[in-house]
Design a protein. Structure first.
Length: 148
């Protein structure tokens, strides 16, 4: 069964992609939850027309995301954390703290778009976080964890 996705689905595709899924997954899960629509000839025509209209807007958004990625890669973030004498952090540093530190630098990024090495950080040191700005545009943000 071919469907048109209405939103990004990890492991399946991005919004407005036409993908093939098993019949039960499409009919019983994706379509009833309004995550996708059936790819009929009529819906394909409407979909292609919408894509043509969105192409110009998409180019502008992509250009802005590339500029933002360049600015973001120049930023270095320092996050203070309470640590033991051996350098272990009491607790951990996760995407929420990275998002807050980026917001203080003037970048409004959702924490769900940030990926950390190993998902959480538990030691003092320098790390790199990957921030997803667009479908295929990612910025590598360097951050350092220091003892308070």
């Amino acid at each position: 069964m071919e469907i048109i996705l209405k939103q990004d689905m990890p492991g399946l595709g991005h919004k407005d992609d036409i993908v093939t899924v098993k019949d039960g997954y499409g009919r019983n899960f994706l379509i009833p939850k309004s995550m996708a629509i059936l790819a009929t000839p009529t819906s394909r025509k409407i979909h292609s027309e919408n894509l043509k209209q969105r192409a110009h807007k998409e180019a502008n958004i992509r250009e802005e995301a590339e500029e933002l990625a360049k600015k973001m890669e120049e930023v270095k973030i320092t996050i203070g954390a309470k640590t033991s004498t051996s350098g272990k952090i009491f607790g951990s540093i996760n995407t929420v703290q990275i998002a807050e530190a980026l917001q203080l630098q003037g970048f409004d990024v959702d924490r769900k778009n940030i990926t950390l090495p190993g998902d959480i950080v538990k030691e003092v040191g320098k790390y790199v976080a990957i921030v997803k700005l667009h479908r295929d545009i990612k910025a590598e943000v360097q951050f350092e964890i220091v003892a308070e």
